[in-house]
Design a protein around this ligand. Structure first.
Ligand code: G3H
Ligand code: 13P
Ligand code: ZN
Length: 285
């Protein structure tokens, strides 16, 4: 089927209380791994590219691959821009036929974040593209949370979230609840009560970033509390890279590209399958 929006995928997840994986791809092999895993488990899936990946692969390669593959698949697939930093970037992706974009104004003051996000919502809605935004200080919490007595100042404030969504009309909101991007130095401490509080106020799809390395039981609790989109990048990258290192350890002289990319792709697919099972989206296609 043609690419669908994240709004479509996430409103069903919100109604039925499960989460859909939003997996970052970096190249053709990681993209293939994500789509094969979702196909095998009959799950909807969000494939997402960071601005770094767009710079690396090129928008034309990305959209040519993703749009043509999606058409042949029976599962719903959304193509999403992860952490868009400018209105221009979101515009380029909308023009290239992404079905969803994130505008990340989380480092800005609330008013500035609202103004920036509103601009993106206005232009995205014209093309029926979904918008995700972020509120709270996500990236720094996990480093602080073990040592700071009151880490709640970094978490998303529920009243601010209510105002933010009312004024911007975003389709999904990424909230800071104790996770961070990249590998964790310490076990993250998630604020499940904060997820519940925000969910009760907003009743809309909520997004967890920085979910790699979060223990399985915590992921399950977060989904139960109201998370509907879960972003995974690091776990895929680590499995892919570990497999390549392993191939070279065994065959240091190999020059055959497929000899190390093929097992790496399989390793990435295994990670994605495990996450899909954990998030509860098996059979929800
Ligand atoms: O959330 C952000 C990504 O995990 C960072 O990925 O290295 O492709 O920018 P990147
Ligand atoms: P991880 O680094 O935990 O995989 O986070 C990915 C993410 O949030 C992408 O937006
Ligand atoms: Zn993120």
């Amino acid at each position: 089927m043609p690419l669908v929006t994240t709004k479509k995928i996430l409103s069903k997840a919100n109604k039925e209380n499960y989460a859909v994986g939003a997996f970052n791809f970096t190249n053709m092999e990681t993209l293939q791994a994500i789509i094969s895993a979702a196909r095998e488990l009959n799950s909807p899936v969000i494939v997402q590219s960071s601005e770094g990946t767009i710079k690396y692969m090129g928008l034309d390669y990305i959209t040519a691959m993703v749009t043509s593959i999606a058409k042949k698949e029976k599962i719903p697939i959304a193509l999403h821009l992860d952490h868009g930093s400018t209105v221009e970037m979101t515009k380029d992706c909308i023009k290239a036929r992404y079905t969803s974009v994130m505008i990340d104004g989380s480092a800005l003051k609330l008013e500035e974040n609202i103004a920036l996000t509103k601009k993106v919502v206005d232009l995205a809605k014209k093309s029926k593209v979904s918008v995700e935004a972020e509120l709270g200080k996500l990236g720094i919490i996990s480093d602080f949370i073990m040592s700071t007595a009151d880490a709640s100042m970094f978490l998303t404030n529920p009243e601010e979230a209510k105002r933010f969504v009312k004024e911007t009309k975003v389709d999904a909101l990424a909230i800071a609840i104790g996770t961070a991007h990249g590998p964790f130095k310490n076990k993250p401490k998630l604020a499940f009560d904060r997820i519940e509080e925000i969910k009760a106020l907003l009743k809309m799809p909520l997004v967890m970033h920085g979910a790699s390395g979060v223990p399985d039981d915590d992921i399950k609790r977060a989904v139960k509390a109201g998370i509907n989109k879960i972003n995974i990048n690091t776990d895929i990258r680590q499995a892919f890279s570990a497999s390549i290192k392993d191939t070279f350890a065994k065959k240091p002289d190999t020059y055959k590209i497929r000899a190390y990319l093929d097992p790496a792709r399989t390793a990435a697919e295994e990670v994605v399958k495990n996450k899909i099972r954990l998030f509860g989206s098996v059979g929800k296609a």
